[in-house]
Design a protein around this ligand. Structure first.
Ligand code: HT7
Ligand code: ZN
Length: 848
């Protein structure tokens, strides 16, 4: 298959002034008529249109039906020869037929539970009609939908609505990937919002009948997002109506189609009985993310898909900042960094490592990655640190003023920062163009009142990229006295050299350094020094909450890694956790994060980074043993904490009670090691909310006494799709590793395992792969089971199969036996006849 390259970019030779689309909906034979006003920008250009799986019924230019000799059709599109085209603006008309009911890939126009819906990003519009399906071609859309569904929706504002027919006009030019259409028997949970200039916007969340009672939280989250974007970025909504639709069959989380966001129902519907605290937080964050795209993505879009992180990195940064403002900022930062390390650092350490702005790909759907999204967000955060909060706001104001209505590049984005701040960002640009996570080594020295920090940076080779130049790294540093007081205000050191020293003068004592406060750059910090910082001291005293947590994490990782190699639990870590449990002043949500041990996958990664091959069974045992040691050492305090953190009154998803619950459940997870799951069973029996019910279920399963609770849960929730997804996942993530595969094999036989539904497939398969030692069984049976299911899904839904193949991206970490077993499965996948472009690219890249 063809590789697409950034260096091959050519502008489209026509301007698309306007497009009219007429849909006649039918599950098996939907008719799509498109009329496009095209203005040639260069003389005598052929007109290339993308199109896949379309049955062409008519093609005409200015009303003249084209002869077959005037155009060429292929599997991927249609080219109208230059000789068939007028030199001035003309109207191109096409009619095609498509079959949404047969569309299992969930890209283009498809059906979910009898409802029509679309997913066009990145290149799905070409499955709806012939079109220049590229983000730099922006047009005004006027859409008519005819069909027998009661609700017929598209982008923009409604201009006509009658039974069986609706007309929508979107005044804002947009690329085709933002087009959307929804038709079905839906009900709305509605509200309204008055914008900062006093315009009234109708808000609707459209769901299947019965689900409207679970929309209130999402609607309020939408209003909070709209207010926040006005207050923090000065951005106002720009249509009369904002619609959100929840669908059950969806490949990703949600989609920011202009004025008509489409969501995986998992990220909209919430009630105390069915959604957990973390679901509520994610729903708020995803509603915000898609809403924020209205300016960062829709009004200003990407020139081409290589620039994906222009909209995604910035929008993730914006949604993270929003959640930090709505909730506890430092806790949110710790959660975001944990997710970055778990997904992006993992990706960057393996064969799929790529720059936030890749320069080539075969299938763009494979580049909706943690690197593009989460590392992209970190880069925006670093820019903000370099120019300061006001400099950032000035730069964003200039970005919106200069580029509104345009399709832009990373170069445009950086130029805005250069022009508004006067800084030279050429070296900084390597964050976008170079792959790999820099390793930052630190050493220090103290002499005659002068303290010196010396940093060395190194970024390992990554696929296709050899030696890399030094990055421009903002390193936030604090210095602590021996009583834990801050000796200086947090300072941003700007590292630009491969090796660089920074000097602090006039100190009366050797300070304890607090380096990379707030995780000021996405790097791996290594202490290459005779004076490693005293982690227990920092955990007790650092005024930077992130670095307090980080010190605890460092201690936990050090001790669990030592235990996996036969060592004992480090008493100083056990004591430090004891002090934290008894420290009534610390915030509960923060404490809960400190009590959570690193995941087995993270421990495996730490071992790999230290040049050792991780043994999944030893890691599992070591982590269990460390949890048991903590529980034994602090049983009374944990038990008191468990009781003290009980939340009274009706469930509220707000940060404060959610924080208390998270600490209570963290204590429960440790106590389970010594009470055999008794407390968890009692909580499961009494819980009136999904947060506690699900966590308790996980603990009884982990304690090996969960069968009755699993059956009770299934009986109660078998009619609820979203809750049953949790049931499938938790018993695989929580069960003993030697039982994970047999459980998974049993679960795929369950009549409720609807494997064609992406949420259900992901719950079971990702749940299994998250059972680290269960997936990495040394006989390879876990790998085989997983690969068999990827191969089964691929012909139906290549996008999801390809995304989930990343379970194999870590093969190089492990011993030779596991390496060859994992590679053998990848090779079996790669050699399968008729494999999708998606999975074929992924398996080939992973094999290297
Ligand atoms: N921009 C959206 C990406 C997306 C997507 C991409 C490929 C295939 C299906 C998809 N659904 C949504 C989501 C977002 O980042 O907001
Ligand atoms: Zn996005």
């Amino acid at each position: 298959t063809l590789t697409k390259r950034l260096s091959d970019y050519q502008p489209y030779p026509f301007e698309l002034e306007m497009v009219r689309l007429d849909f006649r909906l039918d599950p098996d034979a939907t008719q799509v008529r498109a009329r496009m006003a095209m203005r040639p920008l260069r003389a005598a250009s052929a007109l290339e249109l993308d199109g896949e799986g379309l049955v062409l019924r008519k093609i005409a230019v200015d009303g003249r039906v084209l002869a077959a000799s005037e155009y060429t059709q292929s599997d991927t599109g249609l080219v109208i020869h230059a000789a068939a085209l007028p030199a001035q603006t003309f109207t191109l008309e096409t009619e095609v037929e498509i079959a949404p009911a047969a569309n299992t890939a969930l890209e283009g126009l498809y059906m979910s539970n009898g409802m029509y819906c679309t997913q066009c990003e990145a290149e799905g519009f070409r499955k709806i009609t012939y079109y220049p399906d590229r983000p730099d071609v922006m047009a005004r859309f006027h859409v008519t939908v005819a069909g027998d569904a009661p609700v017929l929706l598209s982008n923009g504002n409604p201009v006509a609505q009658e039974t069986g027919r609706a007309e929508w006009v979107d005044p804002w030019p947009k690329p085709a990937y933002l087009f959307a259409l929804v038709a079905g028997d839906l009900v709305a949970h509605s509200g309204s919002f008055t914008t900062m200039s006093g315009r009234e916007v109708a808000l609707n969340i459209w769901v299947r009948k019965g689900d409207e009672t679970r929309c209130a939280f999402a609607l309020e989250a939408l209003k909070r997002s709209m207010t926040w974007d006005e207050q923090v970025y000065g951005r106002e909504y720009d249509l009369d109506i904002f619609n959100i639709v929840a669908v059950d069959d969806f490949n990703m989380g949600a989609m920011e189609n202009k004025g008509l966001n489409i969501f995986n129902s998992k990220w909209v519907l919430a009630s105390p009985e069915t959604a957990t605290d973390s679901d509520y937080e994610r729903i708020e964050g995803i509603i915000a993310h898609e809403y924020f795209h209205n300016w960062t993505g829709n009004r200003i879009t990407c020139r081409d898909w290589f620039q994906l992180c222009l909209k995604e990195g910035l929008t993730v940064y914006r949604d993270q900042s929003f959640t930090a403002d709505m909730r506890l900022g430092p806790v949110k930062r710790i959660e975001d960094v944990s997710a970055l390390r778990a997904r992006q650092f993992r990706e960057d350490r393996g064969p799929l490592s790529h720059p936030p702005r890749p320069d080539h790909y075969k299938e763009i759907n494979n580049f909706y990655t943690a690197t593009v999204y989460e590392k992209g967000a970190e880069i925006v955060g670093m820019l903000r640190q370099l120019v300061g909060p006001q400099g950032y706001r000035d730069a964003l104001d200039l970005y919106f003023e200069r580029h509104d209505g345009q399709a832009c590049t990373i170069e445009d984005w950086l130029k805005v920062f250069e022009d508004s701040s006067g800084r030279d960002l050429r070296q900084f640009k390597h964050w976008y163009t170079d792959a790999g996570t820099p390793r930052l080594q630190v050493s220090d020295d103290f002499k005659d009142g002068t303290y010196t920090l010396e940093f060395t940076q190194k970024t390992d080779q990554t696929p296709g990229q050899g030696d890399k130049p030094a990055r421009h790294i903002p390193i936030a540093v604090g210095l602590l006295s021996d009583t834990g007081a801050d000796l200086i205000e947090t300072k941003i050191l700007e590292m630009t050299e491969p090796r660089q020293s920074f000097v602090f003068e006039g100190l009366s004592q050797r300070p304890v350094p607090s380096i990379l406060r707030g995780f000021s750059a996405p790097v791996v910090l290594e202490f290459d020094t005779g004076h490693p910082p005293d982690s227990a001291f920092l955990l007790a005293h650092d005024s930077d909450p992130f670095n307090r947590w980080e010190a605890g994490r460092r201690l936990a990782l050090q001790t669990v890694v030592a235990m996996a190699q036969g060592g004992a639990a480090d008493p100083s870590y056990v004591a430090a956790i004891g002090a934290l449990i008894k420290d009534g002043a610390a915030d509960p949500a923060f404490c809960a994060l400190c009590l959570a041990l690193p995941s087995e996958d993270q421990i495996a990664q730490a071992l790999h980074e230290a040049g050792k091959s991780p043994d999944p069974v030893a890691i599992h045992r070591a982590r269990e043993a460390l949890a048991t040691a903590l529980a034994n050492a602090h049983e009374d305090a944990l038990s008191a904490l468990y009781d003290a953190m009980a939340v009274s009154g009706p469930y509220r998803p707000d940060p404060e009670p959610a924080g208390q619950r998270s600490l209570r459940l963290a204590a429960l997870a440790l106590l389970r090691r010594i009470d055999g799951g008794a407390r968890a069973q009692a909580l499961f029996d009494a819980a009136d909310n999904m947060t506690e019910s699900l966590a308790a279920l996980g603990q009884v399963v982990a304690a090996g006494v969960g069968e009755a609770a699993l059956a009770t849960f299934r009986d109660r929730w078998q009619g609820d799709r979203l809750v049953m997804d949790k049931w499938f996942a938790i018993q695989l993530t929580a069960s003993a590793p030697d039982q994970a595969l047999s459980r998974a094999e049993k679960l795929v036989q369950d009549p409720l395992f609807d494997w064609k539904n992406p949420n259900r497939f992901r719950s079971l398969m990702s749940g299994f792969a998250a059972n680290h030692a269960g997936f990495h069984r040394v006989d390879g049976a876990g790998y085989r089971f997983y690969a068999d299911w990827l191969l089964r899904l691929d012909p139906l839904n290549p996008q999801v199969a390809a995304r989930m193949s990343t379970a194999f991206e870590t093969w190089a970490r492990y011993d030779l036996t596991r390496q060859s077993l994992m590679r053998a499965e990848l090779a079996r996948i790669a050699q399968t006849e008729g494999l999708s472009r998606d999975l074929s690219e992924m398996s080939a890249r992973m094999l290297g």
